[in-house]
Write a protein that binds this ligand. Structure first.
Ligand code: CP
Length: 304
């Protein structure tokens, strides 16, 4: 099964996910011994039209740990020929001519797909639009769950936050739909609940889900709490605190639950939660390096 571009979560089959996870474990060992020179001829271009800390740094670190090099534009709206009115397609043709993979974060939904149509090298979607996808984030989320829980079948998970524009939650829902007996609680104010296209996909794949607005009701039911950003200006009453996880709510969680967040966070997780052993969001972010190394190696080598 060829993995030419990484555009959306739906591309990943369970066997491909298993291969990715096996490679990711291998990359953890590679990093522990200081990296490899196996991909020293490779150049990765990171082309970002929106700000990023985790995704850009971890892709760039991934390229370096694999022995490759990086070309980067972190504010492509201002520091690329976008300023002169160049179309994305032309920019991609040029960047593809001088690199071996393009990691693209674009501010319009479908940006990565447009890029892939004209690129002569693999394009990896590092997040597109407000309610597009962020598949590499979802892959590292899934890897973290798999690593922490030793399996994905039968998992109960709460996806919490401003879900209608949550590209990480959208991508993760697609991946979760591939596993048996998964139960998904979408916890969100009704006005920003998960969009119908995702719910339709889950219906078509026979995945159990529930639309909830009361966080405290759901916390004791789930193995994984997946918090995401929520902005007061998007809520009818502006009250985001009822969706935030704080030390007082920790008692409601299962003893072996896992708390995740794609980050950056604002008020959704109180810093007092960080010391709880169930809080795994910084380990989750670190896994991004290993998963992205594995992804780069997959698009270059092809699956074994
Ligand atoms: N999770 C995530 O995509 O973070 P950045 O915006 O910092 O890349």
């Amino acid at each position: 099964m060829q993995l030419r571009h990484v555009i959306e979560s739906q591309q990943f089959t369970v066997p491909l996910l298993r291969e990715l996870f096996a490679r990711t474990q291998q990359m953890e060992r590679v990093v522990a011994r200081g990296g490899t020179l196996d991909y020293q001829s490779k150049i990765v271009a990171t082309l970002f039209y929106q700000p990023s800390t985790r995704t850009r740094f971890s892709f760039e670190a991934a390229a370096y740990r694999l022995g490759g090099r990086v070309l980067s534009t972190e504010q492509a709206r201002f520091f690329s020929s976008d300023v002169a009115g160049e179309q994305l397609e032309d920019t991609i043709r040029i960047v593809a001519g001088v690199s071996d993979a393009i990691v693209l974060r674009h501010d319009q939904e479908g940006g990565a797909r447009r890029a892939a149509l004209v690129s002569s090298v693999p394009v990896i979607n590092a997040g597109d639009g407000q309610s597009g996808q962020h598949p590499t984030q979802a892959l590292l989320d899934l890897y973290t769950i798999h690593r922490e829980r030793r399996g994905l079948e039968g998992l109960s998970i709460a996806l919490i936050g401003e879900l209608d524009r949550g590209r990480t939650a959208r991508s993760l829902a697609y991946l979760l739909s591939k596993f048996e007996r998964v139960r998904i609680f979408f916890v969100s104010p009704p006005e920003v609940q998960m969009q119908p296209d995702i719910l339709r996909h889950l219906d078509e794949h026979g995945v159990w889900y529930s639309l909830e607005s009361d966080l405290s009701k759901v916390l004791g039911e789930v193995d994984v709490v997946y918090q995401t950003r929520i902005r007061p200006e998007r809520l009818a009453d502006g009250n985001v605190s009822r969706y935030a996880l704080d030390a007082a709510l920790l008692g409601k969680l299962k003893k072996d639950a896992v708390i995740l967040h794609p980050l950056p966070r604002t008020v959704e997780i109180d810093p007092a939660v960080d010391a709880d052993p169930r809080a795994r969001y910084f380990e989750q972010a670190k896994n991004g390096l290993f998963v992205r190394m594995a992804l780069l190696s997959l698009v270059w080598d092809g699956p074994s």
